[in-house]
Design a binder for this molecule. Structure first.
Ligand SMILES: Cc1cc2nc3c(=O)[nH]c(=O)nc-3n(C[C@H](O)[C@H](O)[C@H](O)COP(=O)(O)O)c2cc1C
Length: 225
């Protein structure tokens, strides 16, 4: 299995849905094949994609996406990430207004965009989401912890979104190249949510995709003590 060749297209582009789940439970040998397919779809064949075919991403897929990403772990189970999905031309125009010029056209052309933001009052949900002890009181008494906790965990949730989307057969193009103050003014005017990351989502087109950039070698990135 090789990953990252320009123009290479994963044949099982419909995602790893029910069929794979059934194979995993019934036929261990086919289950192994499914695991290889899953690794390819999530990692070795997956790319950051900003060009998409004409297929829309329907509401059922958005719900399936959230139902997967929400399971990723967060500190205190705090789940500070908030997800604004954008499809309409009007909302796209507001979003494009806040994009860097390099990202504007592809943002407008994508069938779906997502703004991943964090909730600056995420701790208000802690009594129901983390009833083990009174974590809300900790944040009420330590307000300096709110922002870094929200950013760290919502950033993790943005990564869960990327990988959940890949598992469902979608492609994602993440982007930091936008003006957060403009995006926040357009979509979160009361100041409660703050945008962290944007992404284009759809069914990717790989023609013309440049080869994957190199990755640091194990010895350059990893220490083992
Ligand atoms: C946090 C983050 C910010 C990024 N910002 C941009 C961006 O503003 N514009 C863009 O075209 N790509 C952006 N990318 C895409 C990266 O360049 C891409 O993920 C990286 O080169 C790896 O490419 P690959 O997934 O195809 O191997 C961003 C990716 C991440 C994760």
């Amino acid at each position: 299995m090789r990953g990252g060749d320009a123009g290479h297209h994963v044949k099982a582009n419909a995602g790893l849905g029910q069929g794979c789940v059934q194979h995993l439970s019934r036929r261990p040998d086919e289950g192994a094949a499914c695991q290889i397919l899953l690794i390819a779809r999530l990692f070795t064949d997956a790319r950051s994609i900003h060009r998409f075919d004409g297929r829309a991403v329907d509401d059922a897929t958005l719900r399936a996406l959230y139902d997967l990403l929400k399971l990723g772990p967060t500190g205190f189970n705090a789940q500070p990430g908030r997800y604004l999905f954008i499809r309409s031309a009007e909302a796209k125009a507001h979003l494009a207004d806040g994009m860097s010029s390099a990202n504007r056209d592809k943002t407008l052309a994508a069938p779906l965009n997502v703004v991943v933001a964090y909730d600056t009052r995420f701790h208000e949900h802690l009594p129901t989401q983390f009833p083990a002890y009174d974590a809300k009181a900790f944040f009420d008494q330590s307000p300096d912890w709110i922002e870094p906790t929200a950013r760290t965990n919502a950033t993790l949730q943005a990564a869960y979104l990327i990988f959940a989307a890949r598992a469902l057969g979608l492609d994602v193009g993440p982007m930091s190249g936008f003006k957060a103050d403009r995006v926040d003014a357009a979509f979160f005017p009361d100041g409660r949510y703050r945008s962290l990351l944007l992404a284009n989502i759809g069914y990717g087109v790989r023609d013309g995709l440049p080869p994957r950039g190199p990755r640091l070698a194990f010895d350059d990135a990893v220490s083992v003590l």
